[in-house]
Design a protein around this ligand. Sequence first.
Ligand code: AMP
Length: 363
Amino acid sequence: MERTTFNDLGLIEPILKALVEEGYTHPTPIQAQAIPHLAQGRDLLGCAQTGTGKTAAFAIPILQELHQNPAAGKKAIRTLILTPTRELAIQIGESFTSYGRHLGLKHTVIFGGVGQKPQTDALHRGVDIVVATPGRLLDLMSQGYVHLNGLEIFVLDEADRMLDMGFIHDVKKVIAKLPAKRQTLFFSATMPPEIAKLANSILTNPVKVEVAPQSTTAEKVDQHLYFVDRTDKNKLLLHLLEGDTIREALIFTRTKHGANKVAKLLVQAGHGAEAIHGNKSQSARQQALKNFKEGKLRAWWPRTSQRAASTSMASRTSSTSTSRTSPRHTCIALAAQAAPVPAGVPSASATTRRRNSSATSSA
Ligand code: AMP
């Protein structure tokens, strides 16, 4: 069967041109499935993880719709994308910049932990699209900087993580302020009951697009589990990083203190490494991410939960990779258990001898 092309999806020339410049040759499955329905104004329930190309699946039809049907009269926010973290908000903003580079639409990104002035200035100048985390958005709404009465399209991204991170009430408060007549896109990697209930309450006759079964791991990640004594974890980590097979590594720890300790260990061993966690300022976190993207760091220590490390976060390495060739990634878990590495689990050298690989490890 012929593979769907972006041309088949009825996209306009300036967007097709931007996609060629991005190096995208074909739509991913979620893009091929979702874009035609979204272009018809349908609501969408998307079960998809980060790494599937879901950002472009909503950003491309939104850009096309806003460009083809310019708003009459006063400039209002026409699209809102709510996403749980600042890092995701920034990545989504970058996607709108990339795919919309030949269109005249304006967007801005709103998140907490930084001064609000540049954000309120951008809002004052007028934007078509806002990408926001819920807390800061509500704050700016209550101060009168954000008006959503002209909203046409609402995207709720990573709804299950909103729930995990305790943002679901803020999300509901934002939704209560939206016009009832709108197009709604709802994305969640998993569908716990509370999320399914929320989806039911805000979607009207949605198209359902599912690109990976619930609770599966990202396709491009090879996973390896090493059982190792707690006291040997650092030694194993240093061993895994020997040589230049693993070019970049994202390492997840349970605590902020643990993140600092592992980063220090790695720096002492001569690796470029930085820790990022909630005690670091937003600018320090962004600098660490920038250093990592530019290849100045080999290892980077975001602190997160074990669950996130073993599911969605592994796939996130693909969006920090500077390569356009979408390399496969290796996910290595070091589990503290009083047992040697069992026979049958490939050795460190066997599992990590792959060029261009990134590794994630829960230390
Ligand atoms: P996302 O799931 O939206 O976080 O996207 C994951 C990664 O896939 C991002 O780095 C995108 O730039 C990339 N991507 C999205 N769509 C395509 C495509 N059609 N072809 C190649 N790469 C893509």
